[in-house]
Design a protein around this ligand. Structure first.
Ligand code: SF4
Ligand code: SF4
Length: 344
C-alpha cells in the first residue's frame, strides 16, 4: 500500500493508519466471504457482487477538515483499487465476472477515481456498474460525464467495436496477446509503469487553484461561474443583472445560493477564486415555509401575483430585482447559456 501511495504516486503526506487496517477486513477473510456469500446467493437464485472500493483511511495531517482521519478518494484510489482488482482476480481464478472470464459469476462494481482519461479502460475490464464521484466535483461538474462517454465511444469506434461485449472481448484479447493473465492484470501492470502512473501522481493531480486576492462580496465577484458547475446539488445559480441597475451592480452576472438545496459540503468554497465561501457570502435564498433565515446573507423569498419578494437584512430590492428571471418550477426555464464574464 505505502509502496504505491507514497513511493509510486508521491502522496507522502497521506499517512496510512495501521489501526484502520487492523479493524478492517483482511484479504484471506474477504476471499472466504466472497466464496460463502456467492454460494448463498446462488442458492437463493441471486448473485452476490463485490464493490471496489471504499475510501482509504489516512491520517488527517493537512488539517483542512476536522477530525484525526481523512478519507482518500480520486486519482490515488484509482491505482490502489485497480491493483486490488488484479489481485482479487488472481486469487479467485475465473470467479469474477470480468472481461475474458466467461464463467465468472461474481460481478464487480467499481468506484475509484474514474474520469475521462480512464473510463473507457475501466469499462473494458468488464466492471459494472462503473460509477463516478470525485471527478464530478471538479469544474464542469456533471457535464464532465459527456466527455467520458464521448471518449469511450471514440475509442470503441477506432477499435471497430460495435458494442460493450466486443469492447471487453478486445481488452481481454489484447491482454492475453501481451502475456498477461487477464485484462485486469494488464491494467494494473500498466498503472505500475511510470507513464501509466503519471496522471495519478500527486504532482499531476494537486495543481494550485487560482486565487484573485479579492474578498468575496454579497454582489459582484470574479464571475468565473465555478461555484455553479462544481455544486453537486445545483444550489448555486447565476442570474442576469436587470437593465437599469448598472450603477449598483458592476457585473453582468450575479450569483446566489438556493439555500434549501445546499448541504454545506463546501465544494464551491474550495474552487471560488475570491476569498470567501459562496454558499455563505452570496445571497442565500430560502423559500418561505422552509428553514428560518439566520445570517445577514439569508433571504426569505416568496412569489405572489407573478412577482418575487425577498425579505432579508441587506439590499432586499436588489435581490428581488435579480429574482425577476427566476422561474417557478412549473415555468419554462431559460435556455440561453451565458458566457463566463471574466477569468480569475
Ligand atoms: S456548499 Fe452548498 S452551494 Fe456550495 S457546493 Fe456544496 S451544496 Fe453547493
Ligand atoms: S466561484 Fe466565486 S468568484 Fe466564481 S462566480 Fe462563484 S462566487 Fe463568483
Amino acid at each position: 500500500m505505502a509502496a504505491i501511495l507514497h513511493d509510486r504516486l508521491g502522496y507522502r503526506d497521506a499517512a496510512l493508519v495501521p489501526a484502520a487496517f487492523a479493524e478492517d477486513l483482511a484479504m484471506d477473510r474477504a476471499l472466504e466471504l466472497v466464496d460463502g456469500l456467492a454460494a448463498f446467493a446462488r442458492a437463493q437464485g441471486r448473485r452476490f457482487g463485490v464493490k471496489l472500493t471504499n475510501t482509504l483511511v489516512v491520517a488527517n495531517e493537512r488539517g483542512r477538515l476536522p477530525g484525526a482521519q481523512a478519507y482518500l478518494s480520486g486519482a490515488p484510489l484509482h491505482v490502489l483499487a485497480a491493483t486490488l482488482l488484479a489481485e482479487l482476480d488472481a486469487r479467485l481464478p475465473g470467479r469474477l465476472a470480468l472481461a475474458g472470464r466467461p464463467g465468472g459469476d461474481v460481478p464487480v462494481s467499481f468506484s475509484a477515481g474514474v474520469e475521462r482519461g480512464n473510463a473507457a479502460e475501466v469499462v473494458a475490464l468488464g466492471l459494472s456498474p462503473v460509477t463516478v464521484c470525485s471527478d464530478l466535483l471538479k469544474p464542469g461538474g456533471y457535464g464532465r460525464l459527456s466527455g467520458m462517454l464521448r471518449r469511450l465511444a471514440d475509442e470503441m469506434r477506432a477499435a471497430g467495436c460495435a458494442d460493450l461485449p466486443a469492447w471487453r472481448a478486445r481488452a481481454a484479447a489484447v491482454a492475453r496477446d501481451a502475456g498477461h493473465a487477464s485484462a485486469a492484470a494488464a491494467y494494473a501492470a500498466h498503472l505500475a509503469t511510470a507513464p501509466g502512473a503519471a496522471p495519478y501522481a500527486a504532482g499531476a493531480v494537486r495543481k494550485p487553484l487560482k486565487r484573485s486576492g479579492r474578498p468575496l462580496e454579497l454582489f459582484d465577484c470574479t464571475s468565473c461561474h465555478l461555484c455553479v458547475t462544481v455544486c453537486p446539488n445545483d444550489a448555486m445559480i447565476r442570474l442576469a443583472r436587470p437593465d437599469g441597475l448598472e450603477d449598483r451592480l458592476t457585473r453582468r452576472w450575479q450569483y446566489l445560493c438556493l439555500a434549501d438545496l445546499c448541504n454545506d459540503c463546501g465544494n464551491c468554497a474550495t474552487f471560488c477564486p475570491d476569498e470567501g465561501a459562496p454558499h455563505r457570502v452570496k445571497p442565500r435564498l430560502h423559500l418561505a415555509g422552509r428553514e428560518a433565515a439566520a445570517a445577514d446573507s439569508d433571504y426569505r423569498i416568496a412569489r405572489a401575483g407573478g412577482v418575487w419578494t425577498a425579505d432579508g437584512a441587506r439590499a432586499d430590492d436588489l435581490v428581488a430585482s435579480l429574482l425577476r428571471d427566476l422561474p417557478l418550477p412549473a415555468e419554462e426555464t431559460q435556455t440561453e447559456e451565458p458566457q463566463t464574464e471574466e477569468a480569475p
